[in-house]
Design a protein around this ligand. Structure first.
Ligand code: SAM
Length: 493
């Protein structure tokens, strides 16, 4: 039987919520009825799903979802909520009713079927009631008072605060603006807790405890969101062509994919770059992408990583991936380079060929994204996804200027703000056509030089930062000299 649920989300990466949820829902092919239009201004959705199992499947993937409640009552005020619950105890119709159905004039609240409540009224089932508030804090005493207001519910089992059989949840929503909190909540909810989302995974995969990280390692939460948007499932073959320290492979491997990576940086793939952690002098032996996969017990899904310049394709024609997830270089914290030489008609004498280390030239963003989209169009299975970051200056953003390809449909586009002026967008493309020849670099996108713009808008603060650092060094030197003089004076005495 279809049931109504309250999906409560974490109040972060709000712009990613819809893309993550839609990716999971369509990947699992779950029919969803939206009882209320999802809004960015509310940290919750109210939906109906065919079974509780469907809800658990969604929650088993989402990292932005906090908890899921089987809804018993939803109202604008506390008293209305209690009135609805009292009516619900008597609603034996087997379906949700409105107060209008019951002949109450001037009200249109919804009443759940009594069987949802009855299922929790077993003598042997212990229970507790939790109170959660959004944007307002209550003392324990105030919370206990709110809990006592539910004493009319026909719950027969014992109260148990630790590991009860049933957890009932009461939510009060005071809006999302902490500077403008109303006296009374905008919305109140009551129901049975069913399951939590995957927030714990963020701690479990935290970069703080990851063996091998680099300067640009993607944080755990965003890596998992990317894997969800790429609709990665067990047995998929997934590639990150700008793999760096392999954070995206860890998330893809967690969801059961077998993972490949490639990167131009020999030192990074061999775990020989300078340690990223403050105070660490040399890299430990287990610091490698394979070491990370071992750390999370998913090394059986590690295929390998290859040193390769993405601008020079090395994958066999006809090879297909189930997903491509990647964070290309923006040229800010890491160089965006490809093999090449500025000199024209350059030839290499035979004697120099053996030990020759090729020179590199700039790999501009328009070329990177043109190569990436062409590659995805050729090497993705039909219907599968490319998920990649795209940096930009916020005020110059125009959706119709995002990278595009006739074989790829943009199905997700979420913004992560990096600074007042810059952002990056997580773009999700789905392969919808085959057999289209490579498209050339978009001539308009040549204007997209994020690196240049990033540094030109950051110039003043960089200069300030340098001056501040110089002043700090001078102050430190003066302090050391003073301490030294004091010590010498004491010694002389
Ligand atoms: C933003 S970082 C990726 C970080 C990675 N997601 C992680 O979690 O560590 C971009 C990577 O692209 C690599 N790169 C730059 N130019 C490249 C090229 N021409 N071909 C392949 N990789 C390249 C850099 O070495 C760097 O590791």
């Amino acid at each position: 039987m279809w049931r109504r649920y309250l999906l409560w989300f974490a109040h972060e990466h709000i712009d990613f919520r819809h893309a993550e949820m839609q990716s999971i829902i369509s990947m699992l092919d779950i029919p969803v009825k939206y009882i209320e239009e999802p809004s960015m201004k509310k940290p919750y959705w109210i939906v109906e799903l065919p079974t509780e199992d469907h809800l658990k499947k969604i929650a088993n993937r989402s990292v932005l979802l906090k908890s899921c409640i089987e809804l018993w009552s939803h109202a604008k005020t506390e008293s209305e909520l209690h009135e609805n619950l009292k009516q619900a105890v008597k609603n034996t119709s087997g379906k949700w009713l409105t107060t209008q159905d019951l002949g109450v004039v001037g009200s249109n609240s919804q009443i759940c079927p009594s069987e949802q409540i009855e299922a929790c009224c077993d003598l042997k089932k212990s229970f507790k009631v939790d109170v959660e508030t959004f944007c307002k804090h209550f003392t324990m005493k105030e919370k206990v008072h709110k809990i006592e207001n539910f004493s009319y519910l026909p719950l027969k089992g014992p109260v148990k605060l630790k590991n009860p059989d049933i957890i009932l949840s009461y939510f009060e929503f005071y809006g999302v603006d902490p500077n403008n909190v109303p006296d009374k909540p905008y919305d109140v909810f009551f129901g049975r807790w069913v399951t939590d989302g995957q927030r714990d995974l963020i701690q479990h995969h935290s970069l703080k405890r990851r063996h091998f990280i680099g300067n640009t390692s993607m944080d755990a939460q965003l890596s998992l969101i990317m894997a969800n948007q790429a609709q990665i499932t067990s047995g998929h073959i997934v590639l990150d062509p700008f793999v760096g320290s392999g954070s995206l492979l860890v998330a893809a491997g967690h969801f059961g994919a077998h993972v490949w990576g490639s990167d131009i940086d020999f030192m990074m793939l061999h775990g020989r770059t300078r340690p990223t952690r403050v105070g660490q002098k040399v890299r430990a032996s287990e610091e490698s992408i394979r070491g990370n996969m071992k750390q999370y017990s998913i090394d059986s899904r590690y295929l390998d990583v290859v040193i390769s310049d993405f601008s020079l394709p090395m994958w066999r024609e006809g090879l297909k991936f189930d997903a491509i997830v990647t964070d290309p270089p923006y040229g800010v914290r890491e160089p965006a380079e490809k093999i090449g030489i500025e000199k024209e008609n350059y030839t290499l004498s035979e004697e120099h060929q053996i030990n020759h280390i090729p020179s590199k030239v700039e790999y501009g963003l328009p070329h990177i994204y043109s190569d990436l989209l062409n590659f995805a169009a050729r090497h993705l299975e039909m219907g599968r996804r490319l998920v990649c970051w795209y940096p930009l200056v916020r005020e110059e953003y125009k959706e119709d200027e995002l990278p595009c390809h006739p074989c790829l449909r943009l199905v997700g586009n979420s913004e992560q703000v990096l600074s007042k002026l810059t952002a990056r967008r997580l773009l999700t493309y789905e392969k919808v056509h085959d057999n289209v020849p490579n498209i050339p670099v978009d001539p308009n996108s040549a204007a997209h030089n994020f690196r240049e713009k990033y540094f030109s808008i950051g110039e003043i603060s960089r200069k300030e930062r340098k001056e501040r650092k110089a002043a700090e060094i001078v102050a430190n030197a003066a302090f050391i000299a003073l301490a030294h003089n004091k010590k010498n004076n004491l010694h002389d005495k």
